[in-house]
Unconditional design. Structure first.
Length: 485
């Protein structure tokens, strides 16, 4: 398209002029001129705006790194870690305050779990303890919801990967071992890292494994070699720690979840009909597995007992479940209150601590998520927890069918990891704990609304119509000038 001049005036439909207005100050006061017709003096460069390059910094990534670092190093940082976990989610949501209304509008269902936990102080055996942990549960839910509402989900994965990598490297350098006989089974040594429990360390390493695999795939897709190297080193450290911790439940769960993660990453490259067919086949396989769960579960337990040197009671879990059944029968519907059972002075809790050989008389559970929730919140509270998790899982599957992505693959794989571990471990309910935060993040990612696809259509431009008299006047003037002798 040639520039309009006296001999070749441009047609209005071929010219799109920016109608933005700018105020030019002069000696006689301010006057408004069209920026499109403003002449630029030759040799004078236009002043560029001052701005900060944020490509090397991401608020979402920094938020994930600081949040998970505080959760992982809670035993070392103490009250400082608790302060960070309490303030950071509120600050993050305050920064994203323009999105807060939409975030809460689509994810309000997640707050039913902490709301019921806090409400249980009405019938709790220890109202003060329940109130404390109920408020912490609200903050943990807010932290997880913040992760699901991040503008850059891949940055969240990178920040989490870096936090877990730092913890794993320090654990390998300064960690310690314990005899499994002290934990309830076998005589082999198990690695406990910076903490006191091998199951806790195995849970951290298993979660780090899933995050590292996803970050590695994201980095390869984005062609970021530095992040790919960090993710690969973190993955090697995580796998080594999982093997050293000798946790049968974590090993089996992370193996299945990692396989599912890679399968989902491959499915994300397929067209939509292929993804739908694969998901239908998966649900059919799950139905067959559920029908034969007793036989398969017996086989897996026997194999785990042989490989990981476990006893027939699963390191005392069967007795814990037997005692929990008696406790649930006493208060089946509402439970004893959130975190009101495991406290010093409670006769039942003291007996179980003595049975498990826990001298510190704290930090114990029934090693089953639903059993633990039913003892604390009753059948009503456990049902709310399961319903919210199920709604989030259904949403993740729906989003994966419509618009698959690697962060969605991670959330689905982590939900599978939690489902596999739930029968033998208590996960996803403890306040200020990374698994609870990630579980709320996964459910929040499933409940969010996908943006609608925008169909771009040719639109009518009223600017051209308004400028027709202008071009007509220019054309008439050019013809008049050309016709003068």
């Amino acid at each position: 398209m040639t520039a309009p001049d006296a001999n070749n005036p441009a047609h209005p439909s071929d010219v799109f002029i920016d109608l933005r207005r700018q105020r030019v100050s002069g000696a006689g006061g301010g006057m408004v001129r069209d920026a499109a017709f403003e002449t630029v003096r030759p040799g004078r460069a236009r002043r560029k705006p001052i701005w900060i390059d944020l490509r090397m910094f991401s608020l979402d990534g920094a938020y994930a790194f600081v949040l998970f670092s505080a959760m992982l190093f809670v035993q070392q940082a103490g009250s400082l870690s608790g302060l960070v976990m309490a303030v950071l989610p509120l600050c993050y949501l305050a920064i994203r305050r323009r999105m807060a209304r939409d975030i809460i509008k689509t994810r309000w269902l997640l707050f039913l779990v902490p709301a019921f936990a806090l409400t249980s102080l009405v019938w709790s055996e220890a109202p003060g303890v329940t109130a404390k942990y109920g408020i912490e549960m609200f903050l943990t839910a807010a932290a997880g919801i913040g992760l699901s509402a991040a503008l850059r989900p891949t940055a969240v994965l990178k920040g989490a990967c870096l936090a877990f990598a730092v913890y794993m490297f320090i654990s390998l350098a300064l960690g310690k071992f314990t005899v499994m006989g002290e934990a309830g089974g076998g005589a082999a040594a198990a690695f406990v890292g910076l903490g006191d429990g091998k199951n806790l360390l195995a849970d951290i390493a298993s979660t780090g494994t899933l995050i590292s695999i996803t970050t590695l795939l994201v980095s390869l897709r984005q062609k970021k070699p530095v992040w790919a190297l960090i993710a690969l080193m973190s993955l090697v450290a995580d796998v080594r720690v999982v093997a050293m911790a000798r946790s049968a439940g974590a090993t089996l769960a992370v193996a299945g979840a990692a396989t599912a993660l890679l399968a989902l990453a491959l499915l994300s490259l397929m067209p939509r009909p292929g993804r739908i067919g694969a998901i239908v086949l998966t649900f059919a396989s799950v139905g067959i597995f559920a029908a034969a769960f007793r036989d398969i579960g017996t086989f897996l337990l026997s194999m785990g007992a042989q490989v990981f040197d476990k006893d027939a009671t699963l390191t005392g879990r069967t007795y814990l479940w037997y005692r929990a059944h008696d406790l649930i029968e006493q208060k089946p519907w509402l439970g004893r209150g959130f975190y009101a059972f495991w406290r010093q002075g409670n006769t039942d809790a003291e007996g179980l601590w003595q049975y498990a050989g826990i001298l510190g008389r704290s930090g114990f559970n029934f090693h089953n998520t639903l059993v633990e929730l039913t003892v604390q919140l009753g059948m009503i509270g456990a049902s709310i927890f399961v319903l919210v998790a199920l709604m989030g899982l259904i949403g993740l599957v729906r989003h994966f069918v419509q618009r698959p992505s690697l962060p969605l693959c991670f959330w689905l794989a982590y939900m599978l990891y939690v489902i596999v571990r739930a029968p033998v471990e208590a996960v996803g309910y403890a306040p200020f704990y990374f698994s609870t935060c990630l579980l709320f993040g996964a459910a929040g990612a499933g409940l969010q609304r996908l943006p609608r696809r925008v169909v771009f259509k040719a639109r009518f431009h009223p600017q051209a119509v308004r400028l027709q008299p202008y071009y007509a006047a220019r054309r008439n003037r050019a013809e008049a000038v050309a016709g003068t002798p």
